[in-house]
Design a protein around this ligand. Structure first.
Ligand SMILES: Nc1ncnc2c1ncn2[C@@H]1O[C@H](COP(=O)(O)OP(=O)(O)OP(=O)(O)O)[C@@H](O)[C@H]1O
Ligand code: SF4
Ligand SMILES: [Mg+2]
Length: 324
């Protein structure tokens, strides 16, 4: 087992009150496995990832409970300098927006090269050669000529490839990609996603893929974890979920699969809005929006019921949902 998040809690203290962004999240990723994390905007996908990486905004954010066990160590108990050493070298993150994540005043070659001079003690010349090699690997054409260019001289898709190259540089065991293609055109999205999936296989990395796009998930993920109001509401192998969801919220997500030829879709099929994280509904947080809700749902919070050896659902009526 590569990564196991256990009962993670994260709060944000704001002027308006305490937002409970993550409320007992648990998920695991094995070596070489891809876990897709799904859920509407505000469900806590990114905050969970930030807590795993140790890049949470503190304050206002605070981890108030849980464990992040990575390669056998609970990261939450490590000192900041130890965490920094793990970041980049053993786990890396790819963000949605490469332009704001890359340094605008350094050439791409210098930024990629820095990974090797700082972490591997290489000379500048060696590091430059490694940078070109990496650019080749992520299929940036004319890498040797372009290694001296600045981020703004690349297209959005090419910049995202540079981010992937940065993440891969030190061959980490785990990559967390937070909506890595959302900002791109549809055709470019598909290419970048394919590249990421291919490199993940080649390097045998674990991948946590946070996405709104259910269209890509079936092709690249092994497992799916569905989040709602800072909790996992369903967790299962990807094919089980597509065959029959065991949670009404997952069903709603599937029913709203966006057409592949249109980008940046939000999810419309589920009526109502995600809850206010300062006052999450009692019982099942999804009950105000759930077509299957009844009295018990308003009072009793469903645990993650074991549906099968590899599947869990936080719905009192998962059997009904599955049979539907
Ligand atoms: N820096 C912050 N300060 C205050 N609250 C925050 C901060 N970052 C996140 N939150 C809170 O945590 C909630 C969950 O945010 P998160 O970014 O994890 O959602 P998400 O699932 O990644 O959504 P999206 O799909 O839009 O990226 C937000 O709705 C917000 O209330
Ligand atoms: S527990 Fe009740 S409200 Fe929650 S998802 Fe299941 S049926 Fe719907
Ligand atoms: Mg997010």
């Amino acid at each position: 087992m590569l990564l196991e998040v256990r009962d993670l809690h994260v709060e944000f203290h704001t002027r308006d009150g305490v937002a409970k962004a993550v409320n007992g999240v648990g998920y695991r990723v094995d070596e070489g496995e891809t876990l897709a994390v799904l859920g509407e905007s505000g469900s806590g996908k990114s905050v969970t990832a930030q807590a795993i990486m140790g890049i949470l905004d503190v304050p206002p954010g605070r981890v108030t409970g849980g464990e992040v066990v990575f390669q056998g160590r609970d990261l939450l108990t490590l000192k900041e300098d130890e965490r920094r050493r793990i970041r980049g070298a053993e786990m890396a993150m790819i963000f949605q927006d490469a332009l704001s994540s890359l340094n605008p005043v350094l050439t791409v070659g210098d930024q990629l090269g820095e990974m090797f001079t700082v972490h591997r003690g290489m000379s500048r010349k060696q590091a430059r050669a490694e940078a070109v090699e990496l650019m080749d690997r992520v299929r940036i054409p004319a890498a040797r000529e372009r290694v001296g260019q600045y981020p703004h001289q690349f297209s959005g898709g090419m910049r995202q490839r540079i981010m992937i190259a940065m993440a891969l540089a030190l061959e980490p065991a785990l990559i967390i990609a937070d909506e890595p293609t959302t900002a791109l055109d549809v055709t470019v999205q598909a290419q970048v996603m394919e590249l990421l999936a291919e490199l993940r296989r080649e390097y045998r990395m674990g991948l946590v893929l946070i996405t709104h796009d259910l269209g890509v998930v079936a092709d690249v993920a092994d497992r799916i974890a569905v989040m709602y109001a800072g909790r996992i509401v369903e967790s299962a192998p990807v094919h089980d979920i597509y065959k029959a969801p065991a949670h009404p919220y997952t069903r709603g997500l599937l029913d709203s699969i966006p057409r592949l030829d249109r980008k940046g879709q939000e999810l419309y099929a589920i009526k109502g809005l995600p809850p206010n994280l300062m006052s999450i509904p009692p019982g099942c947080a999804f009950h105000p929006r759930c077509p299957l809700a009844r009295d018990v749902c308003r009072t009793d919070e469903p645990p993650l019921y074991q549906v099968s050896a590899t599947r869990g659902s936080a719905c009192h009526f998962w059997r009904e949902c599955l049979d539907d």
